[in-house]
Write a protein that binds this ligand. Structure first.
Ligand code: NIG
Ligand code: FE
Length: 413
């Protein structure tokens, strides 16, 4: 097996003992680090690491000079809508002129605007556009990515999105998990008959998507004007019956019981959480469900940030993700997410790293293999530009910290 040694590392960050699947509460600040390190890769896995004062391994096939950069685990972005047709810059300008995100949606823009474009785009064109975006995410340090459907809202278009997502996972050096979000909005043709759309999701779309093996998870946008908690439950039950775990949009603009409904169905993660009551926080932190905060959405559409500090202080498991999508978060760069978490959510750089690596991996059921510097895990690594502390990534916000990207043991950028 090929042996690759990364040497001249200023610090290795994100070290976790084998067997730890996620970090909750105060543990999030406790990923380990080593100053002046080396790291050995055998084949596609992390074989050993240590400090330069210790003996370095011999019989090396390839040496990579980290040039005094940090080595970190690759980011695991557990919430994205990366497969979309086009950006929505016109709505961006409408918001600058004073309309809110919700007002734009009420006028028939928003998600439904993306649906019109999606339905008319060929699968090949959609793949090419999505591939470009996925490469941008990879180059900014993401090694694993969850991708949702939700801009098709009919069986054919939703399947098209998920096929494209699966293909990205096969053809690009990134791990992809997929989520069916047929319940993202009521499509125009079902505006007057919501029950009929829910029936279609349960009895036509979910079975078709499951038959093609296109989705790992089931999602619902539980929100005023979208799906209420009762409609959500019906859809979750149908998804679960087809082997999909629950991973949902709740509490973005209002607290309407979706969070508790998701917990009742053992959600893997509940995502957004910008509007949380004390009760919501208590219920969430007492559970095994991962709280996924999406700070770029708060930043971009000017809504509150998820109460990350309270969730961590109350012992919850918190992950950070981009929510990359054309309406509320046109950002796929996890470095910026880490900055926002530190600047606007009172998270320390160490907590933000745990949230965007190991806990993100856990929110995609990948933490056995990814999300930390652990012997035996896949060598998905970021080597940063020269720097001597982790804080420099969030501190120099909007500056690209990436030196090299290693995925499955290979330098790919
Ligand atoms: O996660 N909130 C629902 N869905 C997306 C935004 C969808 C859109 O505006 O296109 C989100 O923020
Ligand atoms: Fe989202």
């Amino acid at each position: 097996m090929k042996r690759t040694l990364i040497h001249n590392i200023s610090r290795i960050e994100g070290i976790v003992a084998a067997g730890i699947q996620s970090l909750r509460g105060a543990e999030m600040a406790k990923m380990q680090s080593i100053e002046n390190g080396w790291l050995l890769i055998e084949g596609e896995r992390i074989a050993a690491f240590g400090s330069s004062e210790e003996m370095q391994p011999e019989n090396i096939d390839e040496r990579i000079d980290a040039a005094r950069g940090l080595v970190l685990p690759s980011y695991c972005d557990s919430h994205s809508h990366l497969v979309f047709a086009c950006g929505r810059e016109t709505e961006f300008e409408d918001r600058i002129k004073g309309l809110s995100y919700e007002e734009i949606a009420e006028r028939g823009g928003g998600i439904l605007n993306s649906v019109d474009k999606m339905r008319s785009m060929s699968e090949e064109e959609l793949y090419e556009r999505s591939k470009t975006r996925a490469w941008e995410a990879i180059r900014s340090g993401t090694g694993a990515l969850e991708i949702k459907s939700g801009y098709g809202l009919d069986t054919e278009s939703e399947s098209k999105i998920l096929r494209v997502a699966r293909r990205l996972g096969k053809e690009l050096p990134i791990e992809v998990k997929t989520t069916f979000l047929g319940a993202h909005s009521f499509p125009r043709e079902f505006q007057e008959d919501q029950d009929a759309y829910i029936d279609k999701i349960k009895n036509a779309m979910i079975p078709a998507i499951a038959a093609e093996g296109l989705a790992n998870y089931i999602d619902v946008f539980c929100e005023r004007g979208y799906f209420d908690k009762v409609q959500m439950e019906e859809i979750l039950i149908a998804g679960i019956a087809h082997g999909m775990k629950v991973k949902v949009h709740v509490n973005q603009f209002s607290s309407i019981g979706g969070l508790q409904m998701a917990l009742k169905h053992n959600a893997l993660s509940v995502d957004h959480l910008e509007v949380m009551t004390e009760h919501d926080i208590e219920d969430l932190c007492a559970s095994e469900t991962i709280a996924t905060a999406l700070p770029a959405c708060s930043f971009f559409i000017n809504i509150p940030y998820a109460p990350a500090r309270q969730i961590i202080d109350k012992g919850g498991i918190l992950a950070l993700a981009t929510d990359f999508n054309p309406g509320s978060s046109p950002c796929s760069n996890m470095n910026f997410i880490v900055s926002l978490a530190c600047i606007n959510m009172e998270m320390t750089p160490g907590e933000a790293l745990a949230a965007s690596t190991l806990n993100g991996a856990a929110a995609m059921e990948l933490s056995e293999d990814l999300g930390s510097i652990t012997i035996g895990k896949r060598a998905n690594l970021i080597i940063t530009r020269p720097m001597d502390s982790l804080s420099q990534i969030p501190y120099y916000f909007a500056k690209d910290p990436i030196g090299k990207i290693i995925l499955s043991g290979k330098v790919i950028a």
